[in-house]
Design a protein around this ligand. Structure first.
Ligand code: FES
Length: 563
């Protein structure tokens, strides 16, 4: 949908002074103070949404990236103007960046709409920044191209390759089990994050980068080059040039995105065995684009799409291995039989045209498998539903224990993420490996949907060698996590969903093959409990209040209902 403002360049989105000529004159006067003359201001203006922040180590070299993007814009005859937006770092943001994804999307959309720009380069990386920027660009619907920070290089500890944060979690579990000493965990802490960049396993940031490339909103090959490489900067410069072309071609996100491109993104998510968080983000993006996307689409594709990428947490490799193996273009080439090749991309070529000339995975590498030799035959991520989650829940089956995919056990209930932190190691709870750990009030309304769903294995069980248990919640989990973890239960407990009615000792049955998650309690008893249910009050002020009053459930993408 073209913008309602027909003006272009510096005359777009004029500040309102009741006199358009005065507004234009004033704008030029102020820009003259920054050294811009009439020659500069006749060029197409390319906004650059910059999420650099000292609080975001994943974006450490982003200022250098923005300089490279500006060079590309200037080479192509545009005028680059960078502007800062909220930067969300997973590790330094409390209680969870998910609480602020929609705020970042709103802020970015409004700044795109409010300032003069003919196209925008969205520069993100850490988990929520990329979907937030995509949601903004879809709603603003001006020519837009994504650039991501790119992954960190792998770390090393005593000869072991290390990656954030699959290895963070694995080694922390060993430390909790007493297998790793205090001194060793300190050494590990100093070795996990070797460079700037996003987590270097197939976590949420890497997954979203690959999906944005698949959707056609990024240059081919843009997802995988590590943060520290020259290829990352080359992607930046080329994207700056492409942004000018996009502006001149009037190519909008609405010209690029389609049901086919979202199905392609789900297909790639499954082939990556990527982050479950991407399901929520894709649902939110599709909703904003006015395109139908549901758990049925996920399950239909999940039955047939093989896992081809051998990266942690489902496999063994790191993002630099995926990059050296050819990244998303080579993966897409191998996945061609499963893809809609007529979908459009920022370059103006279809996906099929883009893949012409891309080679198949070479047998000199093992990170991108062939369809004939997959890592897992199918079913990487599955949506389940049942009496415990009538509107659905999600499980990353490829990172779960096969023995637990069909399991029935008594519930141990934690009322909030804080409650779980306080009590999970309490021996008095009598938790056995057969118990089902239930976490509630951690959904969008309840807590902003933190990555609290992969509850730690109780310490006494970890010390006995237990490494996985069935866990069920309305929370999310990190894309770098693993285990038999049922997430995103909807409706959530704070909305009165069945999770709110579970009591300690109730039997819960998970059957992934049957697509079911059930609370084995009679409806009569549940009705009684429902009558006594008292929901927690929502926050009283500020963003948290607005969010809790308007956030949609996970199966609708957890966007705000008015966006
Ligand atoms: Fe930023 Fe993992 S913490 S990508």
């Amino acid at each position: 949908m073209p913008p309602s403002d027909k003006a272009s360049g510096i005359d777009r989105n004029l500040a309102s002074y009741g006199d358009k000529a005065f507004s234009r004159y004033l704008r030029r006067a102020f820009l003259a103070s920054a050294g811009y003359d009439r020659n500069d201001l006749e060029r197409p203006i390319i906004g650059i949404a910059d999420t650099s922040s000292d609080y975001n180590t994943c974006h450490r070299q982003m200022p250098e990236m923005v300089t490279a993007i500006k060079r590309g814009v200037l080479e192509a005859g545009g005028l680059p103007l960078a502007f800062p937006t909220i930067s969300l770092n997973e590790i330094l943001t409390s209680p969870t960046t998910m609480l602020f994804r929609n705020l970042a999307a709103m802020e970015t959309e409004e700044m795109i709409r409010a300032q003069p720009m003919d196209a925008v380069v969205l520069v993100g990386g850490c988990d929520k920044t990329v979907p937030a920027q995509a949601m903004a660009a879809i709603s603003a619907d001006i020519p837009a191209i994504h650039v991501v920070a790119g992954p960190m290089l792998a770390g090393n500890w005593r000869g072991q390759r290390l990656g954030a944060c699959t290895d963070c979690r694995r080694l922390w579990t060993e430390y909790r089990a007493g297998k790793i000493s205090e001194e060793e965990i300190r050494e590990i802490e100093a070795s996990l994050c070797a460079t700037g960049g996003t987590c270097m396993v197939m976590g949420t940031a890497s997954t979203m980068a690959c999906l944005i490339e698949t959707l056609g909103l990024m240059l081919p090959g843009g997802a995988a080059p590590p943060h520290a490489t020259g290829d990352r900067l080359k992607q930046c410069t080329a994207s700056g040039r492409c942004a000018v072309e996009l502006a001149q071609a009037n190519r909008y996100p609405s010209n690029i995105l389609s049901q086919g491109s979202f199905h392609n993104a789900l297909t790639v998510l499954l082939a990556l065995s990527g982050s479950t968080n991407a399901v929520v983000h894709l649902l939110a993006m599709a909703r904003r684009a006015g395109i139908s996307l549901t758990y049925d689409d996920l399950n239909r594709l999940s039955k047939k799409v093989p896992v081809l990428v051998d990266c942690k947490p489902a496999g063994v490799g790191y993002m630099e291995d995926f990059y050296h193996a050819g990244g998303v273009p080579v993966l897409l080439k191998e996945l061609s039989p499963f893809l809609d090749l007529e979908t459009m991309t920022v370059t103006g070529k279809t996906l099929g045209e883009t893949l012409d000339g891309i080679g198949m995975p070479g047998d000199w590498q093992s990170t991108i498998r062939t369809v004939d030799n997959p890592l897992v035959a199918s079913g990487a991520i599955v949506a389940v539903s049942g009496t415990l989650a009538p509107n659905g829940a999600v499980i990353k089956a490829a990172a779960a224990s096969p023995a637990l995919m069909r399991h029935q056990g008594p519930a141990v209930v934690f009322n909030s993420p804080e409650d779980a932190v306080d009590r999970i190691d309490d021996p008095a709870l009598g938790i056995t490996p057969d118990h089902v750990l239930v976490l509630r009030n951690a959904g969008p309304i309840g807590a902003g949907m933190p990555e609290a769903g992969s509850l730690p294995i109780p310490r006494h069980l970890a010390r006995q060698g237990v490494r996985d248990m069935v866990r069920v919640s309305d929370a999310r989990m990190s894309g770098t996590a693993y285990g038999t973890v049922v997430l995103h239960c909807a409706p959530e407990a704070a909305a009165g969903g069945p999770l709110a009615l579970v009591k300690n000792g109730d039997l819960i049955k998970l059957d992934v093959a049957a697509g079911r998650i059930d609370l084995l309690v009679e409806e009569e008893e549940l009705s009684r409990r429902r009558k006594d249910l008292v929901l927690s009050p929502i926050p009283k002020r500020g963003w948290a209040k607005l969010y809790a009053e308007h956030v949609l459930q996970a199966d609708e993408g957890a966007d705000l209902d008015f966006l």
